[in-house]
Every structure is written in C-alpha cells, then in structure tokens.
Write a protein that binds this ligand. Structure first.
Ligand code: HGY
Ligand code: MN
Ligand code: MN
Ligand code: MN
Length: 405
C-alpha cells in the first residue's frame, strides 16, 4: 500500500467536516479507528503486531526479544481541531519507509519496529505523552489512574470503555531495553526548514517546556447590579496574566500561551466565581522558562490581590530540556550526508514529542519534514507531497544505515 493510499485511508478518521481539523482524542471512537488502521497496516505487511500494557501499538519485523531494535514511529492522536500531519506523518512514513526498504531488498541484521504512541497530545486528559511517559516510568500508573477528562471520565474508565485493561498500566523497562535506537519523523512545527530551503532536518534539542494551571477564585455576582467597587472578578487578574505572558515571553525570547480557559459559572450575566487558565510556556533554556513563569505568576498575584481574588498556581507537567543523543544524531547526519542533493540541517524545536520522553532512556533522534508555513496544531498544517516523499526516503536511508550495522 503506497504512502498516498495509506494517507487517503487515514485522512478522514476523526476529521471535522466543518473545520477540516481533527479530534482524535485518546480512547475515543476516532482513536479506535486510528488503532484499527495501524493494526491493519502492520498485518498487511506480515509484521508481528501487539498493543503493550500502556496502549501503545507496535509492529515488528524480526523478533524484538533479540534486542538492539531500530524503532521508528510517532503518534496518531491530535490536539482539538488539529492538523493532519502532526503525528500521522511519522507513522505513515514509517510504514512507507519499510516498504521502500523491502523494495530495495535490504536485509536487516536488527529487529525493526514501528510504534504508535498513545495519547501524545494529551488533548482529552490534559497530560501530553501519556503512552510514552507510562512506558518510560515518567508517569506512574497511580498518577495515570487519576487523569480525568472534562466530563469527569477517568482514564481507566475511558480505557475500559475502549476495551483496554487499565490495570496493566505501568513502566515497561524490558521493552525499552530492547530498543537500540528510536528515530521519530515529524512534520516541522515551525519555519526553519522553509527559511533555509531544506526538505528534511535533524533535531538537536527540545526546549524545556511545561503547563501551569492558574486558578483565580473570586466571587460570583450579578453582572447588572453589582457595583464595580464591590466586585471580586477573577476574569481581571486572568486577563492580566494573559498579557503578562506575552510581555515576559518577549523579554525572555521565549514563548508563552494561555490557550485554554474554563470559567464558572460561565454565564453572560454573571461575574465569575472561578476562572481557570492553563499556561503553556517554553524557552531555549531553563533560566528563560523560569523567568517567564515567575514573571507571569508575580503579575497575576499582584493583580489578583488588588481585586480581592485568590490565586492558586500548579505545575501540571514539565519536560526538561532534551538534548538528543549526539552519537545517533551524528550517525543520521553521516547517513543522510551521502544523499547528493539533500542538505540536512540540525535544528532545535519548542515542540514536545514522544522522542523527547524516551530520550535519555533510549538512544533517540528525530527527523523533521519541511512545513512551508510552519503552522501546526491547526487544520492549516501542511507539508508538500515531494517533501513528504523526501522524508520517507531519508527515513528509509536512516533505517537501512542503522539496521544493517
Ligand atoms: O505540545 C506539544 O509540543 C506536542 O505537540 N504535544
Ligand atoms: Mn502536537
Ligand atoms: Mn506531534
Ligand atoms: Mn538515499
């Protein structure tokens, strides 16, 4: 099955007809359809297929128990109204690269694996990379069991409803010990390759990044009869926090986003009692990230105090800087450097990935494919056909180079 036909089969799954964006959330029907697609791709190629204790899907050429496996893949879930490429490009390219290598008659001296990591975006339960965090031990089963979605459904309940036993969740060191190299191909979420005029890039690092929940607790009241001086309106310090995030990020050369907010009681004619806002911030180094979060919290606290509003801030997730394995990164550059007409720059990213979670536990690298607008986490996300083809070819070269050593 060609790249195009795989892509065409996957494209409609979980897609909103209104916006063209995706809603492929963990353990929903769309997620189940993506999982079925993955299993069918694996079985159509005669690969050994399995779902691991944490719900990640694996397809194997050769016996992983032999160890030192070369693994590639990514995720199939999406952010709310996300694009078609973030995640799926890495999984479709993995199967297409295997097909290309079989076409070349490549013989593998190491097991080759393709993985779909579950719940990478954290769109439903609020924590990114749940499948890879559980597998690597960065998230415990107890913490995972406490994850709850906006409707109050817990992760275990959602898994059971989707037919997966939540009682098996937990670290999987034996599985990670069998992986000698993990290479994730991903659409670039930025314009570095567009600006440099290159089709494919190699990741150097992932910026430190995290998610902080700001709970502004005020006093519900009537919007029409409550004098301004009598109000304890939590929306005001929330608004100040949003503006402070932009100011602090600019000062630190970082990024900061309040992209999600929950208001109670959320009535047009009611001064809110609670405004809950989530800050996503990322910076090239820890110092910059700390400065942004501290600056936003300081501004929010001062403004909240001035309005008699109480503020609670909680870090919900944090990923320290990821410096990808230098030896593997350089090996990719050596392998791809042979391609006459392909320059392959090395670039950092502010986007989190399963590769970032595995890094440090398994030799890990990433390949990026050019995104002409850099737009991601949006239906407008795109990569040109010939750039996707260059990505598949580069991935095939890398897998061949690694799996024959
Ligand atoms: O948020 C991220 O950077 C990733 O897309 N989960
Ligand atoms: Mn993403
Ligand atoms: Mn992604
Ligand atoms: Mn080549």
């Amino acid at each position: 099955m060609s790249f195009h036909s795989m892509w065409a089969e996957l494209l409609p799954v979980g897609r909103s007809s209104a916006s063209g964006g995706y809603r492929r959330y963990a353990w929903t029907g769309a997620d189940s359809d993506c999982r079925t697609w993955f299993r069918e791709q694996a079985q159509a190629r005669g690969l050994a297929y399995e779902t691991d204790r944490n719900g990640n899907q694996w397809a194997w050429l050769g016996d992983p128990a032999a160890g030192n496996a070369v693994v590639t893949g990514s995720h199939l879930d999406s952010v709310p109204d996300g694009g078609a490429f973030d995640g799926p490009l890495g999984v479709v390219s993995a199967f297409a690269a295997l097909d290309e290598l079989r076409g070349r008659g490549t013989r593998f001296t190491r097991p080759l694996g393709i993985v779909n990591f579950g719940d990478e975006e954290g769109a439903r339960f609020g924590l990114a990379c749940v499948g890879s965090r559980l597998t690597s031990g960065a998230l415990t089963a107890e913490q995972a069991h406490r994850l709850t979605d906006a409707d109050g459904i817990t992760l275990p309940q959602a898994m059971e409803a989707a037919g997966h036993d939540p009682d098996t969740l937990g670290p999987d060191p034996e599985r990670l010990a069998r992986i000698g190299a993990f290479v994730e191909l991903h659409v670039e979420q930025g314009r570095a390759l567009d600006l440099s005029g290159d089709r494919v890039g190699i990741a150097s690092a992932i910026w430190p990044h995290g998610r902080w929940r700001f709970d502004f607790r005020g006093e519900a009241n009537h919007a029409g009869t409550t004098r301004l001086t009598d109000r304890h309106d939590p929306m005001l310090p929330y608004a100040e926090a949003v503006l402070a995030a932009r100011r602090e990020a600019q000062l630190a050369g970082a990024v900061a986003t309040f992209g999600k907010v929950a208001v109670e009681p959320n009535g047009v004619n009611a001064v809110p009692s609670l405004v809950r806002g989530w800050l996503d911030s990322r910076a090239a180094d820890q110092e910059g990230l700390d400065a942004v979060v501290a600056g936003v919290e300081k501004a929010a606290r001062e403004y909240a105090a001035a309005h008699g509003v109480d503020l609670g801030v909680e870090c919900e997730s944090f990923t320290p800087v990821v410096d990808f394995d230098h030896a593997l990164r350089d090996e990719l550059a050596r392998i791809l450097g042979k391609e006459a007409d392909l320059r392959v720059p090395v670039l950092g990213t502010g986007a989190g990935h399963d590769a970032g979670i595995l890094s440090g536990r398994v030799p890990t690298a990433m390949l990026f494919v050019r995104n002409p607008t850099g737009v991601s986490h949006s239906p407008a996300e795109h990569a040109a056909e010939d750039d996707c083809a260059a990505g598949v070819h580069a991935l095939a070269d890398v897998l061949e180079g690694l799996a024959r050593t």
